[in-house]
Write a protein that binds this ligand. Structure first.
Ligand code: GLN
Length: 220
């Protein structure tokens, strides 16, 4: 079974945890970097990305999350979480993890329509789902390795790059659990492969010290 955690520093983490628990998962609320070691999937919830960045100053979160990613841990960022994962943030510029090859613009729907609910469809299955957008960002550029899984009109609102899934809306606020299932599957791939993160492309960039640690993890 995949071990799912929800970053619980700020924002909508309790609803995310409840959504995964509905599916029978035991969810860890992650308030420190150490528990990342034991996870296969981590949700970074919506909230306020600047506040989240401030709270992340207490521990070396960027380093820990990048290490977690390079060890093959899956990440699901929603709204502020998607902002944090992106390569570059606009409106205004701010630091980000750069684990998703995307440029994202904060609060990009303007004041008039800053929150709304609408139906979108998954590109692959045409399954429809309700998407709630709250002061949502927009992806303004996507790298070639980023796959668009759902759009609003022509605009990407759900994207995936390897083990990173990102939505500009709030899947924890609706009853549909398709995206939670999708993320459990992503995190489970790693479990099925015996945590062998050498399958993961980012593993190529693991520095030698970590690679040795990975070797220990695989063999023990
Ligand atoms: N507007 C927020 C930000 O820029 C994101 C909003 C949300 O997560 N619902 O961080």
């Amino acid at each position: 079974m995949a071990r799912i955690g929800v970053l619980a520093l700020q924002g909508n983490f309790a609803k995310h945890a409840a959504a995964f628990e509905e599916l029978g998962e035991r969810v860890v609320e992650v308030r420190h970097t150490a528990p990342l070691e034991k996870l296969d999937g981590l949700v970074i919830p919506g909230g306020e990305s600047t506040t989240l960045l401030n709270l992340m100053r207490d521990e070396p979160w960027f380093e820990a999350l990048r290490d977690y990613h390079s060890r093959g841990g899956a990440l699901f960022g929603t709204c502020a979480g998607a902002i944090l994962l992106s390569r570059r943030v606009r409106n205004p510029e701010q630091p980000s993890l750069g684990l998703l090859d995307a440029v994202i613009r904060r609060n990009a729907f303007g004041r008039q329509v800053d929150s709304f609910e609408t139906k979108i469809a998954l590109d692959a299955s045409q399954q429809r789902l309700t998407a709630v957008f709250i002061r949502a960002p927009r992806f303004v550029e996507l790298g070639q390795g980023v796959e668009v899984l759902a759009r609003l009109g022509d605009e990407p609102v759900l994207v995936r790059q390897n083990l990173v899934l990102a939505a500009t809306f709030h899947p924890e606020l609706t009853r549909d659990r398709q995206l939670q299932r999708m993320f459990i599957d992503m995190a489970s791939e790693r479990v099925a492969s015996g945590n062998d993160d050498s399958r993961h492309p980012a593993a190529d960039s693991i520095p030698p010290g970590l690679a040795a640690e990975r070797q220990r993890r695989i063999t023990c």
